[in-house]
Write a protein that binds this ligand. Structure first.
Ligand SMILES: [Zn+2]
Length: 542
């Protein structure tokens, strides 16, 4: 949009501004909301050559905010450099194994796969290094678990990445070894995965800016205009600079991965309204699907838990001790950084809350927006305690949709499984929350997030504790304004108010006009970043 250019949107406008939830017209000037209100008053303030967009039966909302994404990793993982075997792509164990054999045959220099999930792709079990060596005797073979919390690999992959039984565990991660001290072809946590992917990254490097630009465009296509990067690494700064030159279509808020003994790589004041590092990310525990979340109750003993190798009676594990967590938070929080901590198990959540409570006594701060990520088993009592400390939570609500049945039948039983990701309890405790899809773990699908948060229905139609559902008002806030608040961007985006950026999404209908279960069937017709159109649905898709 050229300087001074104006556009007026006329029709159904859902602002997310509590003072004026609905409006009939909105004026965009110089990339910002210049007026919002009834049609007559907004038109009175517009120039005579303002472009006019009639919404008709459609609805205009603030662009969606993905409060917990991994765009710089997802851009690579979903590119041609890795084979997509996610459960959202391939249903069966047989299909996964076929894809792996075909991938190894096609890619003799290194075959990299993402998305293994033996709970949904039943029958996969856990591969051993011997099995993977038989499939690929000479080709490096790496398989990332869909959660990102486990990597499987063969001997050639270890050799290519320079890893052997004497290699040190990466920070917060662990190479699994057998009784004789040999590598078993399994690594826990993201540090092992990155180490194994290093040879492939060297090849993909030159293409990363265009892969990231494509990925950001794919977020625009589902209405997202701001995304966080929860596994940010300062070494990727040249990548972001290259993408800036092409034109960034989605705002990014970066959370740098913590490391013992480290400091943040940039000053608190950094970046701009488009891209900015706002926080630091730590993983207190791992993934429910691989057994490494820290719980007060045991995993069930079922064929599924046996198949994925979760020991009978296991209550999981944490990635850090309390002492280690205390040391990590003190490297960052006293310097003003926001902290975000991945925690699924209720005991991991207690440990983080204990750590943060003590930290806030040492380094008091009023508006800290400390974030807990995913919080699968967090209890109502824990939400109340967290809210009292000013802690906020971000929910991977799609767990209920894709894994709802497995949570109850295979892993935790009804009491703990059906209560998964209890957004109702968080809001009732007084928290502002967000909904997210977590990079490649589930597809970026904000409209489905709204539906699942309201209906708590799995993809087989099973309802998990309907009374833990939230309202459409609450779900929309969690996907826009309150998500922006968590990213410290609510002063510039997240609602349609005068002075904020015109980050906008046009939906095919008013979301309040359809049954909650049908929200995912709405389409995103157009997306705007600072008044510039960054996505237009093509007519052939209609
Ligand atoms: Zn994540």
């Amino acid at each position: 949009m050229s300087p001074g250019a104006e556009t007026v949107f006329v029709g159904t406008i859902i602002t997310l501004d509590p003072e004026r939830p609905r409006a009939g017209a909105l004026l965009v000037r110089d990339g910002r909301v210049a007026a919002v209100g009834d049609e007559a008053s907004v038109l009175a303030g517009a120039g005579s050559d303002a472009a006019r967009v009639e919404l008709g039966g459609r609805a205009l909302l603030p662009g969606f905010v993905e409060a917990h994404g991994h765009p710089t990793d997802s851009a690579l993982v979903l590119s041609r450099y890795m084979v997509d075997i996610r459960p959202v792509t391939i249903d069966t164990a047989e299909g996964v194994m076929d894809a792996i054999r075909a991938g190894v045959a096609d890619r003799p220099d290194g075959a990299y796969f993402n998305g293994w999930d033996a709970l949904l792709q039943k029958g996969l079990g856990e591969p051993t290094i011997q099995q993977l060596d038989r499939i690929a005797p000479n080709t490096p073979l790496v398989i990332a678990h869909n959660s990102g919390h486990v990597a499987y690999f063969n001997t050639a992959a270890a050799r290519a990445a320079g890893i052997d039984k004497h290699s040190k565990d990466p920070v917060g991660s662990r190479w699994v070894k057998d009784d004789a001290g040999e590598l078993t072809g399994k690594g826990f946590e993201i540090g092992t995965l990155f180490a194994l992917l290093r040879p492939m990254l060297a090849t993909a490097q030159a293409e990363l800016p265009s892969l990231l630009a494509d990925y950001l465009a794919s977020l625009n296509a589902v209405g997202i205009t701001t995304v966080s990067d929860m596994s940010w690494d300062h070494a990727k700064t040249p990548l972001l600079n290259a993408v800036r030159e092409r034109g960034v279509t989605t705002r990014m808020r970066l959370y740098e991965m913590s490391a013992p003994g480290s400091r943040a790589s940039v000053d608190l004041e950094n970046g701009d309204d488009l891209i900015k590092q706002v926080g630091v990310k730590t993983w207190a525990d791992g993934s429910p699907w691989v057994g490494n979340i820290l719980l007060s109750f045991p995993y069930l003993d079922t064929p599924a838990t046996r198949e994925v190798g979760i020991p009978t009676g296991s209550t999981g594990s944490a990635n850090y001790s309390r002492e280690q967590l205390d040391a990590i938070v003190d490297q960052y929080f006293p310097h003003g950084w926001q902290l975000a901590c991945h925690a699924h198990g209720d005991r991991a959540i207690d440990m983080v809350l204990d750590c943060w409570e003590a930290m806030l006594e040492r380094s008091p701060r009023d508006d800290h927006r400390l974030r807990l990520e995913h919080v699968g088993t967090m209890t109502p009592e824990q939400f109340r305690r967290a809210a009292g400390l000013g802690v906020t939570a971000s929910f991977l609500i799609d767990h209920v949709y894709y894994w709802g049945d497995t949570l109850i039948d295979d892993l935790f039983g009804f009491q703990h499984g059906a209560a998964w990701a209890n957004a109702r309890a968080a809001i009732d405790a007084g928290m502002r929350i967000s909904l997210h899809n977590d990079g490649t773990v589930t597809p970026a699908e904000p409209l489905r997030n709204l539906a699942v948060a309201i209906t708590r229905t799995s993809r087989t139609g099973r309802v998990l504790n309907r009374d833990e559902g939230i309202t459409l008002d609450e779900a929309l806030r969690a996907q826009t304004l309150d998500a922006a608040w968590q990213l410290q961007a609510d002063d510039i985006v997240g609602s349609l108010e005068v002075g904020k950026y015109a980050d906008l999404v046009v939906l095919s209908a008013d979301p309040y006009s359809v049954a909650p279960a049908n929200l995912p069937s709405l389409t995103v017709d157009a997306t705007y970043l600072a008044g510039e159109q960054v996505y237009q649905r093509v007519a052939t898709e209609v």
